[in-house]
Design a protein. Structure first.
Length: 246
């Protein structure tokens, strides 16, 4: 039985097998599912004829949140979906902020999902076994100067780095600048994993190096994982030791 009015749900990287049981069951039980066009397509096979959907395109996040809150206030049980985890570049924060700003009298619950970084890491082996950071190269909401500063500090810190939103049709230079930054602080042969469309049925991957990473296709559906000073490649796998004595 659903106890909250609005569920902000992480559907994982894209396939139903990678979705949590709680997320799956909640999606089956709500009255209305609100989401970005691509994400609705990812779950359309479990949407029943009795359920409604509200779909909108890119950069309509605030519109979707407001609509989800509106539905919830009308007495409907609502799911607002994000790919990956809703608290990692997803809809959770925006939903909570807008709900608070509008003093909406609804109960909200966030259901976690497998992130793009975790999905990509599983494909590559075990590159995230030690401390790591996740950085988005999209400057739509964050100034590039801020992103650049974070890249420099993360590279200096020797964190393993997962890069989100590395490249798009409009943003072609940021991934080059990121590579240049890391080459200042890490060896050129540092292992890099590139995973496109992780767990979406068209998954592709490359295991390469920091120096050669731009020789491969990188797009908006790509997650790039850059190893630290201890990371190594073994055949097609990338492994970052945690420190166990073998």
């Amino acid at each position: 039985m659903l106890t909250e009015d609005l569920y902000v749900i992480g559907i994982g990287p894209g396939d139903l097998d990678s979705m949590s049981r709680q997320a799956y069951q909640t999606l089956k039980a709500v009255d209305i599912i609100v989401g970005y066009t691509t994400y609705i397509k990812c779950v359309e096979e479990i949407i029943s004829k009795e359920q409604e959907t509200y779909v909108s395109g890119m950069r309509k996040e605030k519109e979707r949140v407001k609509k989800a809150i509106e539905y919830a206030q009308s007495g409907k049980k609502v799911a607002l979906i994000s790919s990956g985890d809703p608290g990692v570049y997803g809809m959770a924060g925006l939903a909570l902020e807008i709900s608070k700003a509008e003093a909406a009298e609804i109960k909200i619950k966030v259901l976690p999902g497998i992130t793009a970084a975790n999905a990509a890491a599983a494909v590559l082996g075990a590159p995230l076994m030690h401390d790591y950071a996740v950085i988005s190269l999209s400057d739509l909401l964050t100034p590039w100067e801020v992103i650049e500063d974070r890249l420099i500090k993360a590279a200096k810190s020797d964190f393993v780095i997962a890069l989100y939103n590395p490249k798009s049709k409009q943003r072609k230079e940021q991934i080059k600048w990121a590579q240049e930054i890391f080459l200042q602080y890490r060896d050129a042969d540092t292992p890099v994993g590139i995973v496109r469309s992780a767990k979406r049925g068209t998954e592709e991957l490359e295991s390469t190096t920091l120096e050669q990473m731009l020789d491969f296709e990188i797009n908006m559906l790509t997650t790039v994982i850059i190893g630290n000073s201890e990371t190594y490649s073994s055949e097609d796998l990338i492994i970052t030791p945690r420190g166990y004595q073998l």
